[in-house]
Design a protein around this ligand. Structure first.
Ligand SMILES: [Fe+2]
Ligand SMILES: [Fe+2]
Length: 223
């Protein structure tokens, strides 16, 4: 499980290293790749690993809340970046802060949470958790959904519709970037319609259930 996590963290590190050197469309493409890696990865942590940590450790609640706050901040930052366009004045600040929080989250997990999880459960359980994490990660949403709960049952309810929408959008956006102008425009409009649909799914109260109040305080002011 630790190896699987470290492989993803190393991939993220390489993508973040490239970020300062790119601009315009290239920057947007790199950000899309970072989102696809980060959000499915974090979703699977919150759905599979952190509930086990909360049950296994006396300070599990405190530890996982800290990381969920980091994940929430990354989600908000990436949602802000998705709304902005290259050249917007607040974009460099959003980018800089995203890199800082992403790297901090990796350190928290590799230095604290994952070693604590490793000590708390048997090797067999750890291996099973690694497989479950991988399976969930492959089917998880790939975009920022700031209103969805970072805990069950809300995140579990949101997973299927949002993953379908996100992965369809990933395909449409990819095809749109490689199509002629008119087709590209049609595909981009279709992708935006799906983004609106994802916004409606996020507003269904059931997808927000299970959230700790503090995870959203100062951001949306709602649980
Ligand atoms: Fe991680
Ligand atoms: Fe994480």
């Amino acid at each position: 499980m630790l190896t699987r996590q470290k492989v993803d963290h190393a991939r993220l590190d390489r993508l973040l290293d490239r970020l300062p050197a790119v601009t315009g469309e290239e920057q947007q493409e790199l950000l899309n790749r970072i989102c696809r890696l980060v959000f499915s990865h974090a979703f699977a942590e919150e759905a599979v690993l952190w509930p086990v940590l909360r049950r296994a450790l006396p300070d599990g609640e405190e530890l996982t809340t800290r990381v969920e706050l980091e994940h929430q901040e990354i989600t908000e930052l990436m949602a802000g970046l998705e709304r902005s366009r290259p050249g917007d004045p607040d974009r460099p600040t959003l980018l800089e802060r995203s890199v800082v929080v992403l790297r901090h989250d990796v350190r928290d997990e590799e230095d604290v949470l994952l070693p604590r999880l490793q000590d708390a459960v048997s090797t067999t359980t750890l291996r099973r958790l690694g497989v479950a994490w991988e399976l969930v990660r492959r089917a998880a949403p790939t975009r920022a959904h700031p209103l969805v709960a970072r805990r069950p049952p809300g995140n579990a309810v949101a997973a299927v519709p949002l993953s379908l929408i996100d992965r369809t959008r990933d395909g449409l956006d990819y095809a749109g970037r490689r199509s002629h102008a008119t087709t590209g425009r049609v595909l981009r409009v279709a992708s935006r319609r799906l983004a609106d649909l994802a916004g409606h799914v996020e507003r269904v109260r059931l997808t927000q259930r299970g959230e700790r109040l503090e995870t959203h305080v100062g951001t949306h002011g709602q649980p």
